[in-house]
Design a protein around this ligand. Structure first.
Ligand code: HEC
Ligand code: HEC
Length: 140
C-alpha cells in the first residue's frame, strides 16, 4: 500500500457518503406544494385559487375573525358552518352593490377584487356592522 493510501481512501469514502446524503435528501424532497383545486365555489365563480384565497384573508380581517369562523378545520370546501352560508349571501350582496353603483372601479394591487365596496366598508372589523341611528344619532 502506498503511503497516504488510507488517508486518501478515507477522504474518498467521506466524499461518497456526502454524495449519498445529498441524493437521499433530493429524492425525499417534496415537489413545490401546489394548492388543491377548489371544489365548492358557488359565488366566486371564475376566480382563480389565488384570488379566492386573497379575498378570504380580506374577509377574515374585515370581520375580525379567523378562518375557522366559517370553515371546519382541514376542510375548506365543507358547507357545515352557518356563517359560511351568510358569507355567500354577503359576497353576492357586495358584488351586486358594486356592479350597480361602481362598475368602473378597478381594484389596485392587494385590494379586494369585489370592488369599491368591500366587507370592510360595512363591517369595519366587526362581525355585525354598527347600526347607528340610535338615541345619539344626529338630529337633522
Ligand atoms: C366570513 C366567512 C369566511 C371566512 C372568515 C373565511 N372564509 Fe373561506 N370561504 C367562505 C365562503 C362563503 C366560501 C365559498 C365561496 C363561494 O362559494 O364562492 C369560502 C371558500 C374558501 C375556499 C375554497 C374551498 C373550496 O375548495 O371550495 C378556501 C380555500 C377558503 N375559503 C379558505 C379560507 C381561508 C384560508 C380563510 C382565512 C384566511 C377563510 N377562508 C376565511 C367564507 C369564509
Ligand atoms: C352593505 C353593507 C354590508 C356589506 C358590504 C357586507 N355586509 Fe355582512 N352584514 C351586513 C349587515 C347589516 C349585517 C347584519 C345583518 C343582521 O343584523 O341580521 C351583516 C352580517 C354579516 C354576517 C353575520 C353576522 C352575525 O354574526 O350575525 C356575516 C358572516 C357577514 N355579514 C359577512 C360579510 C362578508 C364576508 C362580507 C363581504 C363579502 C360582508 N358581510 C359584506 C352588512 C354588510
Amino acid at each position: 500500500m502506498t503511503p497516504g493510501g488510507p488517508a486518501l481512501r478515507a477522504l474518498f469514502l467521506a466524499g461518497m457518503a456526502a454524495v449519498a446524503l445529498c441524493l437521499a435528501s433530493t429524492a425525499g424532497a417534496q415537489p413545490p406544494r401546489r394548492p388543491r383545486p377548489l371544489e365548492n365555489i358557488k359565488t366566486l365563480k371564475g376566480w382563480t385559487g389565488d384570488e379566492v384565497r386573497a379575498e378570504m384573508r380580506l374577509m377574515a380581517e374585515a370581520l375580525g375573525v379567523k378562518c375557522d369562523h366559517c370553515h371546519v378545520q382541514g376542510n375548506f370546501a365543507s358547507d357545515e358552518k352557518r356563517p359560511k352560508h351568510t358569507a355567500r349571501r354577503m359576497l353576492a350582496l357586495t358584488m351586486a352593490l358594486n356592479a350597480d353603483n361602481f362598475p368602473s372601479h378597478t381594484p389596485g394591487e392587494g385590494q379586494s377584487k369585489l370592488g369599491r365596496v368591500t366587507c370592510y366598508t360595512c363591517h369595519q372589523g366587526a362581525q355585525v356592522p354598527k347600526q347607528g341611528a340610535g338615541p345619539g344619532a344626529m338630529a337633522w
